[in-house]
Design a binder for this molecule. Structure first.
Ligand code: AMP
Ligand code: GLY
Length: 426
């Protein structure tokens, strides 16, 4: 098989790394890729927004399977462009990608198909949003969550603990802070509990959950500071015990598939369910229509099988015949970011110690990296994800940090407590 991966982050590196280990793959390409992906795939300099150029490339190079990494091209309709040309592509089409592209659309879908989620409402003007927020706090709410409806690169959600904070953020959305993504705002009840990420492959006929994982969204240790794209992850997630697993299957995944079928959505890809779990009851915080990052890194470290075959079968409605298994060993991935992230940060810092990190047995996935004057330099907020397996979670954590210790660049920052939550649960 000739396979093309679209994207340039740690998620795409982890997918490309697993695809490279796939017996079915003869040639592997990535557009645009990064300095680490270049070690396992041929990087092609086409941006993820250049949908026609991507399809031209796939056609000219007789690509058998294209795997789309990020949400932006999915929401822009890359799958529709590929399908119109008869190309096989892993991902939902533009309409189905609304499950991530519009929080209101997702909420309506969840309500219609009985999927447990926070109660809330969608507002299209600042005054009605203010009124709803006021009413909720007056009724005794300890907090409320305000979400820009559209894609806002992870910045469009605020968990507000006061009415003033909630109103200020909602006003900001309507004032155009997130462009058209904030023209509508979803306001919902603040849920408590522990979060987990579930990826499930869906080909429209069946749905199969992959190994659960857990992200660390906040920038600082002990979950302090602002939200980021994710500072580290581990798999499996002990909070997803057997009871929770069954409930996710029955209350979330089966109704999801039913909804996809009833609404006639073209969904042949991965649904990433962000969950809040309390007293073993899962509730959906959000849907994403792509793999999560960094969660994909530990999940791919544990994947056993032929990933290209599995994704191809998902894209061609044959998921029921795919073989998926997992290593028993847990995996941990620690993100190393640029100083200042998720705010302003500098790029172009020379990275050293990558070989030494690899010699520890860790696999270093690249997120924001590039080549410059023969060196590998930082080129984004999240720069690397250092991942390792271990005989238990404590061992996996120790192994990942052994790899991290070898790497340095000016301003390198990482959390010291990735996986600690899982440790407490043993
Ligand atoms: P989302 O993009 O909707 O997942 O929101 C980003 C983050 O905000 C989530 O990972 C949670 O940490 C938090 N969040 C979202 N919705 C809620 C909610 N209803 N209650 C509590 N926290 C939430
Ligand atoms: N790590 C969360 C996400 O990929 O959206």
């Amino acid at each position: 098989m000739k396979v093309l991966v679209i994207g340039s982050g740690g998620r795409e590196h982890a997918l490309a790394w697993a695809l490279k280990n796939s017996p079915a793959v003869e040639e592997l390409y990535c557009a645009p890729g990064n300095a680490g992906i270049a070690e396992v795939a041929q990087c092609v300099s086409i941006e993820v927004s250049e949908l026609d150029k991507l399809a031209d490339f796939a056609q000219e190079n007789k690509i058998d399977l294209t795997v789309v990494g990020p949400e932006a091209p999915l929401c822009a309709g890359v799958v529709d462009v590929f399908r119109a040309r008869g190309l096989t592509v892993f991902g939902p089409d533009k309409q189905a990608a609304m499950l991530e592209g519009s929080k209101d659309f997702a909420k309506e879908f969840m309500i219609k198909y009985g999927i447990p989620t926070a109660k809330g409402c969608a507002c299209t003007d600042a005054a009605s949003a203010r009124e709803y927020i006021k009413k909720e706090f007056a009724a005794g709410a300890k907090g409320i969550v305000v979400k820009a409806d559209g894609l806002a690169a992870g910045k469009g959600v605020l968990v507000a603990l006061s009415e003033a904070e909630a109103v200020a953020f909602s006003d900001q959305c309507f004032d155009g802070e997130f462009g058209s993504a904030g023209a509508k705002v979803v306001i919902e009840e603040m849920l408590t509990g522990e979060e987990a990420s579930i990826f499930a492959l869906c080909d429209g006929k069946s749905i199969v959950a992959l190994a659960p994982s857990q992200d660390h969204k906040r920038i600082f240790d002990n979950d302090a500071g602002p939200n980021t794209g994710g500072m580290g992850a581990y798999s499996p997630a002990p909070v997803v015990n057997d009871i929770v697993s069954k409930r996710i299957e029955e209350k979330v995944l089966k109704p999801f598939l039913k909804g996809v079928q009833a609404e006639n959505l073209h969904f042949r890809g991965v649904i990433f369910v962000g969950l809040m779990i309390e007293n073993d009851e899962p509730k959906v915080l959000e849907f994403n229509v792509r793999f999560g990052d960094p969660e994909t890194q530990p999940v791919m470290r544990r994947f056993v099988g032929d990933l290209a075959d599995v994704l191809y079968k998902t894209a061609t409605c044959d998921l029921a015949n795919a073989r998926i298994a997992w290593r028993d060993e847990p995996a941990v991935s620690v993100v190393i970011a640029s100083a200042g992230y998720p705010g302003k940060y500098e790029k172009g810092k020379v990275i050293s110690g990558l070989d030494k990190a690899a010699a520890t047995g860790a696999v270093v996935f690249h997120a924001g990296t590039a080549f410059k004057d023969g060196a590998i330099v930082s080129a984004g907020g999240r720069v690397l994800g250092v991942s390792a397996l271990g005989k238990d979670i404590a061992d996996a954590i120790a192994n990942a940090y052994k790899g991290v210790a070898e790497i340095s660049f000016d301003g390198a920052y990482y959390r010291k407590d990735i996986g600690a939550k899982a440790l407490k649960k043993r």
